[in-house]
Design a binder for this molecule. Structure first.
Ligand code: HPA
Length: 270
């Protein structure tokens, strides 16, 4: 895998991705953040050697390099999910490439359902910890030891310092920022009522279909990571209305300005 990563990074360097400091992965319906970036270079995923190819129609599927808040950033506009048929290694591959290019921080957003019913649609949760229910590990492959330690520590997977800064920014700007546990599932089907009850019992605050593989790989690479869930639906098993993906996209779009503000100000302060 090492040679593949180097090849992808080399290609991107030649396209002007010279010295990125911060990587940003944007969740479904959360691509507007890119408007804040003064773009230097932009490449479609399907042009990058060894990159998993983008397929899902919601994704514009581009890697963007540019200036934001006085920093050089790489933004993944659209991410890969295992429900699209990619492996856990595929979905986390871009994190390895961004690290190879030189990022020293990673920021992630996702669209998620609220299992904690104190959280409302349109609000944001800082992910403090996670539960992996995707049935595998992005580190379970031959040769992982060549890229970092196999038995990666996960006692504090999310960077406390960036978390504190995000909480300060939220308070200063009157943004509700909850804190809690994100559980990743495979999808693409939404959960049953029994599954929502189960997720609550095991300690889930928000549920979604992404983020955890990328966070595990960031920890494997000793790369500090901060992540937030944008709450797009409330998962009350006792009053469950059918979930419409368009509602999820609309809710993400509504909450997006707050997420953009949190990330933009965080980048300025890093
Ligand atoms: N479940 C899983 N993934 C999701 C949800 C949900 O309720 N909402 C947004 N992504």
């Amino acid at each position: 895998m090492k040679r593949f990563i180097e090849e992808s990074a080399h290609f991107l360097k030649e396209r002007g991705f010279e010295a990125p400091e911060i990587g940003i992965i944007l969740g479904t319906g959360l691509g507007q953040f890119v408007d804040k970036v003064e773009i230097i270079s932009s490449v479609s995923y399907n042009h990058i050697p060894n990159f998993p190819t983008a397929t899902v129609e919601f994704h514009t599927g581009k890697l963007i390099y540019g200036n934001l808040g006085g920093k050089k950033v790489i933004v993944m506009q659209g991410r890969f999910h295992i429900y699209e048929g990619y492996t856990l290694q595929d979905v986390s591959y871009p994190v390895r490439v961004m690290r190879e290019l030189g990022i020293s921080k990673l920021l992630i957003s996702n669209a998620a359902g609220a299992i904690n019913l104190n959280f409302k649609k349109g609000e944001i949760m800082l992910i403090d910890d996670h539960i992996n229910l995707q049935g595998g590990s992005p580190l379970a492959f031959k040769g992982v030891g060549l890229l970092g330690t196999r038995f990666t520590d996960m006692s504090a997977p999310y960077d406390a310092e960036m978390g504190e800064i995000l909480k300060e920014i939220a308070a200063e700007n009157n943004i509700t920022l909850h804190e809690g546990v994100y559980t990743s599932v495979v999808g693409p089907q939404l959960e049953t009522r029994a599954e929502y009850r189960y997720l609550k019992i095991i300690g889930t605050d928000t549920v979604g279909m992404s983020t955890v593989p990328e966070v595990i790989v960031a920890n494997h690479l000793d790369l500090p990571v901060a992540a937030v869930s944008v709450i797009t639906d409330e998962c009350d098993p006792e009053n469950l209305a059918p979930v419409d993906i368009q509602d999820i996209m609309d809710a993400a779009a509504k909450a997006e300005p707050n997420m953009v503000l949190l990330f933009t100000k965080l980048i300025e302060k890093l």
